[in-house]
Design a binder for this molecule. Structure first.
Ligand SMILES: NC(=O)C1=CN([C@@H]2O[C@H](COP(=O)(O)OP(=O)(O)OC[C@H]3O[C@@H](n4cnc5c(N)ncnc54)[C@H](O)[C@@H]3O)[C@@H](O)[C@H]2O)C=CC1
Ligand SMILES: O=C(O)C(=O)[C@H](O)COP(=O)(O)O
Length: 378
């Protein structure tokens, strides 16, 4: 069995070679010659999987080690009888931690407490729901917008987008990219929405570039210097708008989901789906793959305030480490993808063991996702 895997998929060779011969290939573009005899194809978001790619090929299964699936023509795969699996939720924690790092940075720069701000979350799925939970644990009020879940009768409470825009100090997008249909998200943040943002609002897009109309955003930023903007995703990628990058407060190369844990979960989820597909079901425990984290443990004295939380968060991941390199190389062809391919290891907050002598701090840090314990001071 020949299994093609994207070269940017940690642990893929190790896992998939249990079931066949593995060939690692670049994802943008996939070398046509390698596809010829392939039985399975494991991709990331940069590979468009459709009839043009696979129509005349022998591939019987496609896996994408990603949460988003807008790069996959699922209708074609179903028509062609090709098995398919994505990796829902694999990197949701990473995106939440990216958003927190960005908010803590802006809060320090502009001198505000997150607890004095209302955060609107648009798209309350794997990312949005985890973000809500952690923000509320920290005492931040959230407003939720998720029309598909609202129409399904699920508990929110869910609000209309217009209400969220009118009331939220921060609006953060975590929807799939739907180009059409009843829940279309293409240019959900259009010029009208952007102009309606509250004074001094913060806009965050860490889902898909075209959910925010980037040309409109650039125009609006030309007229509104009160807004702060965090963009991890761009319209288009990899050839993002350089003038827009100059205007945004934080700009990164579509890496919000790039913790080692998030990527490894993506690989294990599609591997498990593939193993089921071929009738050789296998399960993989993540901790058998991951190396020990860079920072083992730390002691925290006293209660937890925002400045201390920021220091802890940024011990594990500080979004500035991804903003600066993008600004340096964005104008050079190929560098957006190179930054992503040669991504420096990043871990989740759970990799940091925090020993607290304040019980409240320990409980709060646990709720926020750190590996925290309480030990009374002697
Ligand atoms: N920047 C990055 O590295 C990453 C980006 N993503 C992107 O973020 C998206 C969200 O990720 P997850 O939360 O894991 O996906 P998910 O599928 O678990 O959640 C998406 C939520 O959006 C809601 N939704 C759909 N249409 C909507 C609309 N018109 N308005 C408001 N809400 C709507 C859905 O009902 C669902 O609850 C993914 O589809 C992917 O495109 C995901 C992971 C990493
Ligand atoms: O999971 C998703 O959806 C994402 O956006 C991924 O984090 C993007 O990473 P690549 O698949 O482009 O490496």
């Amino acid at each position: 069995m020949k299994i093609l895997v994207d070269e940017n998929m940690p642990y893929a060779r190790e896992l998939f070679s249990r079931t066949g011969d593995v060939v690692a290939v670049p994802g943008r573009p996939i070398p046509q010659a390698e596809l010829a005899e392939a039985d399975a194809l494991m991709v990331r978001s940069v590979t468009k999987v459709n009839e043009a790619l696979l129509g005349d090929k022998s591939v019987k299964f496609v896996g994408t080690a990603t949460a988003g699936t807008d790069h996959i023509d699922e209708a074609f795969l179903a028509r062609a009888g090709i098995g398919f699996s994505a990796a829902p939720g694999c990197n949701a924690i990473a995106v939440v931690e990216y958003v927190f790092s960005s908010l803590l940075l802006l809060a320090e720069r502009d001198g505000f407490q997150l607890t004095d701000r209302v955060v609107g979350i648009v798209g309350v799925g794997n990312v949005g729901a985890r973000l809500q939970k952690r923000l509320e644990a920290w005492g931040v009020r959230t407003l939720l917008c998720d029309p598909p879940r609202a129409d399904n009768g699920e508990d929110g409470p869910f609000r209309r987008l217009e209400e969220v825009v009118a009331k939220a100090d921060v609006i953060t997008f975590h929807t799939p990219l739907f180009k059409e249909g009843p829940y279309k998200t293409y240019h959900l943040a259009d010029e009208t929405l952007l102009n309606a943002l509250k004074p001094n609002a913060i806009l965050i897009n860490a889902c898909r570039g075209p959910v925010v109309d980037n040309a409109a955003l650039l125009r609006v930023l030309g007229q509104r210097d009160d807004l702060s903007v965090v963009l991890d995703v761009w319209e288009p990628e990899p050839d993002l708008s350089l003038p827009l990058l100059e205007q945004v407060d934080i700009g990164t190369a579509h890496i919000a989901g790039y913790t080692l844990e998030g990527k490894a979960r993506g690989t294990t989820q599609v591997f498990e789906a593939w193993s089921r597909f071929i009738g050789q079901q296998q399960q993989v425990a993540l901790d058998t793959l991951l190396p020990p984290p860079e920072f083992g443990r730390i002691t925290l004295h006293g209660p937890l305030d925002q400045a201390t939380l920021k220091r802890l968060v940024h011990l594990v991941y500080d979004v500035r480490r991804d903003d600066a390199p993008l600004r340096k190389v964005a104008a050079i062809a190929g560098e957006f993808d190179r930054l992503r391919k040669q991504y420096q290891e990043r871990r989740e907050w759970s990799s940091l063991h925090v020993q607290c002598d304040d019980a409240g701090a320990a409980t709060l840090l646990q709720k926020l996702g750190f590996d925290a314990v309480y030990h009374a001071a002697r």
